[in-house]
Design a protein around this ligand. Structure first.
Ligand code: AMP
Ligand code: MG
Length: 361
């Protein structure tokens, strides 16, 4: 419920920054109108699609098509429900230790992409950490249901689970499109990347049918071609992660043809003995990472941004900055636990406070 409220606030930020729906914009002889819809439907979050089309019917059809696509991904990536005849994540986690399971291309490609990052040495975001993450999930859900009894998971249980998080024990066969767990206790949790992967899947369709758009899946935003109302770019709010800020905007990024993804400690958390325990777990400590309040990534690939926002949330500010500066076409903005801010060298092109100041913070 808390998460829903925060997501709604995020929607309001985007919405507020993009002027009311249905305002006509004359582009040569064509008149485009801005339409916007928000639904609480898939991925346990608000989906917002803003776009410019000539008619409302055209927008509605594109919206429905986009939702159908996202709904399919949501089912395939669902870790909590099975669906008849669908070898989704729920099915994989229950059966892939028995024998190789043939899975839909969408899921196979996502797991393979994550494994490639693991093989390249980027291991702070480890989707094979399901054994540890599911313990936190269970304690968080129980703590949210009955806050007066909220408890931390026992360290021994986390450590025992941590013996079953080696991604090398997830065996992929590209020819047969199968996944097999050679460790029977390993499970996958793709929460760190699923929304980014799904957003990337919807983008080519939107680019073709409604190029001027902004798609938001919770904290994952993708901005297409510029808005057709004369503004040079889309304005996306970066939420102030400090609890006392009450979800207000800290800064704004001006973007086109780019994704903006934020990982923050305010999305999902519970409280034990007055302290907040959020949902991003440091594989080293097996506890919520305490280095950052939020990390925002800008780049062209939403899944990469999603993966990196979680990764940088766990890494130190120095290691994260080094990583981002070594990558082409990726920028980042950190709000550290002590409230300091850090930005990568190219962020000055996008972040309003830096543009106004003409440099780094
Ligand atoms: P995000 O909000 O994109 O940073 O993703 C957070 C989600 O990713 C959590 O709700 C967990 O499902 C999962 N997660 C948390 N910590 C990790 C981690 N270190 N590696 C992989 N997945 C994680
Ligand atoms: Mg992420």
């Amino acid at each position: 419920m808390k998460q829903k409220r925060l997501s709604f606030l995020c929607f309001l930020l985007i919405f507020a920054l993009t002027v009311p729906a249905a305002c006509p914009a004359a582009i040569s002889e064509n008149v485009y109108t801005k339409f916007s819809r928000r639904v609480l439907d898939v991925f346990d979050t608000e989906i917002t699609l803003i776009g410019y089309t000539r008619t409302e019917a055209e927008y509605e059809q594109i919206f429905d098509e986009t939702m159908a696509m996202l709904r399919r991904y949501d089912r395939i990536f669902d870790a909590y429900h099975g669906y008849d005849g669908l070898h989704n994540l729920y099915y994989v986690n229950r059966h892939a230790f028995e024998a190789p399971v043939e899975i839909p291309e969408e899921l196979f490609d996502l797991i393979s992409w994550c494994k490639a990052q693991w093989d390249a040495g980027l291991r702070s975001t480890n989707i094979a950490m399901g054994a540890v993450l599911s313990i936190w999930h269970e304690y968080r859900e129980a703590g949210l249901d009955a806050p007066e009894n909220a408890k931390l998971p026992p360290r021994e249980a986390l450590e025992a689970a941590n013996g079953h998080v080696d991604f090398d024990n997830v065996i992929l066969d590209a020819e047969k499109q199968t996944v097999f767990f050679s460790d029977p206790q390993i499970t996958l949790d793709i929460g760190a990347v699923a929304k980014g992967w799904a957003a990337d899947a919807a983008v080519p369709y939107l680019e073709e049918h409604m190029p001027s758009f902004l798609l938001s899946l919770g904290g994952n935003v993708y901005a297409g071609e510029p808005p057709l109302d004369g503004r040079a770019s889309w304005a996306v709010g970066v939420q102030d992660p400090h609890p006392e800020a009450g979800g207000t905007i800290l800064d704004i990024v001006d973007v086109n043809r780019l994704t903006v993804v934020t990982s923050g400690d305010y999305w999902r958390y519970y409280v034990v003995d007055g302290q907040r325990y959020h949902h991003i777990i440091d594989p080293e400590t097996l506890f919520p990472s305490r280095k950052m309040l939020s990390v925002t990534i800008l780049c062209e690939s939403s899944v990469l941004a999603d993966f990196l926002s979680t990764t940088l949330f766990v890494l130190s500010a120095e290691d994260g900055l080094r990583l981002i500066e070594s990558m082409e076409g990726v920028e980042a903005f950190w709000v550290l636990a002590d409230g300091r801010q850090q930005a990568s060298s190219g962020m000055g092109l996008y972040l309003r406070s830096l543009k106004n100041a003409g440099g780094r913070p």
